[in-house]
Ligand binder design. Structure first.
Ligand code: NDP
Length: 323
């Protein structure tokens, strides 16, 4: 079978055999994977994701159980596995078969096809975890707008769509207002915020504007977003597409009671995963999802990864393993 393998010498598509996959309780015929920011780093040979080599890349997989010694899983069932070490220390989804420890796998939720579940992937599931966190901490649509940063990206696009469907007013921050403003409005963004508006150092406390924030870029933008969060508001930090720094102060936390909540999709509990996938199955507009999804095959993943890191893709990228 074909697989995208990360080695010390580089990354390439290789023919591998079952032995390469190792042992585990569940064998999956992988039908789909997708392209996330972390995948883009891995397949372009950048550091920070793959911690063991050689390793099959791909943080997500959607497929059918081919063999199982795990009571939870029967042959023929569809499962979704996001993160849980895939493409970090365990072989990931960029191969036609996977041998997994299915402890963190979830069943395909009713209402989502395998293809659409993969199109949502880790980015969509992370957006759902962030929206759930906001709601659980008491942020409601009548509390004020929610700022979504990196809005045209995978996490940002799905967060915008879910928040809008749940009745929130969404302010979408993007570096591509002119190019992709209509795309974001189509997903439900009420206002557009230019990336440069939050890109420079600002005061520790700024006009209290947002009841919540879903951030996938980090750095100065996250610091300014925190400084613009209303008293009692919540900021969900999901990513570092801009920077891993956080040049902030304690002022918003101690004077406005703002909460900074970290979102970790990789090791989220099975309950949280199931909740997030239920939210996606109910809250995602399938036409919008289809419109924001582009489809590629295994041979196109590396080039698409370069494009994603260069800011030349948006929305979600589905990877077909059978093509
Ligand atoms: P994408 O590349 O799809 O989206 C990232 C978006 O961030 C881009 O589309 C762009 O949006 C914006 N962006 C890119 N570069 C910069 C920059 N230098 N400064 C400011 N904004 C920038 O990635 P994903 O949505 O898949 O992932 C986003 C982040 O979230 C990544 O850091 C990823 O590692 C992280 N992540 C974390 C997870 C977790 O478990 N916590 C799970 C999933 C992702 P625009 O053009 O609209 O400004």
């Amino acid at each position: 079978m074909r697989a995208i393998v990360v080695r010390d010498e580089g990354v390439q598509i290789e023919q591998i055999d079952d032995e390469f996959l190792g042992d585990g309780p569940v064998t999956v015929d992988v039908a789909y994977s997708d392209l996330n920011y972390k995948d883009a780093l891995a397949v372009t040979g950048k550091p920070g994701v793959v911690r063991k080599r050689p390793l099959i890349a791909g943080v997500d997989l959607v497929g059918r159980v081919a063999e199982s010694s795990d009571d939870r899983w029967s042959v023929g069932e569809w499962l979704i596995l996001n993160g849980a070490g895939l493409s970090e220390t365990k072989h990931g989804g960029y191969a036609e078969r996977a041998v997994i420890d299915a402890e963190h796998a979830v069943k395909l939720p009713e209402g989502l096809s395998p293809e659409r579940a993969a199109a949502l992937g880790t980015a969509g599931y992370t957006a759902a975890l962030a929206v759930l966190r906001l709601v659980m901490e008491g942020v409601s649509p009548d509390a004020g707008p929610v700022l979504v940063t990196g809005a045209t990206g995978g996490v940002g696009s799905v967060a915008t769509m879910l928040l809008s469907a749940a009745g929130f007013e969404v302010a979408a921050l993007t570096g591509r207002v002119d190019e992709l403003g209509d795309y974001l409005r189509g997903l439900g963004a009420d206002t557009l915020v230019a990336r440069e508006d939050l890109a420079n150092p600002g005061k520790p406390l700024q006009a209290a504007t947002y009841a919540g924030v879903i951030d996938s870029v980090g750095g100065q933008i996250l610091a300014n977003a925190i400084a613009q969060t209303k008293p009692g508001g919540l900021v969900a930090a999901c990513g570092l597409a801009g920077s891993h720094d956080l040049p902030s102060t304690v002022m918003p936390f101690i004077l406005r009671g703002v909460t900074l909540a970290g979102i970790d999709s990789v090791w989220a509990s099975l309950d949280d995963r199931a909740d997030a996938w239920r939210v996606l199955a109910r809250g995602v507009d399938l036409d919008q999802l289809d419109a924001m999804t582009s489809t590629i095959n295994l041979g196109e993943v590396q080039e698409a990864g370069e494009q994603l890191l260069a800011g030349r893709r948006h929305g979600r990228t589905l990877v077909r393993l059978d093509a």
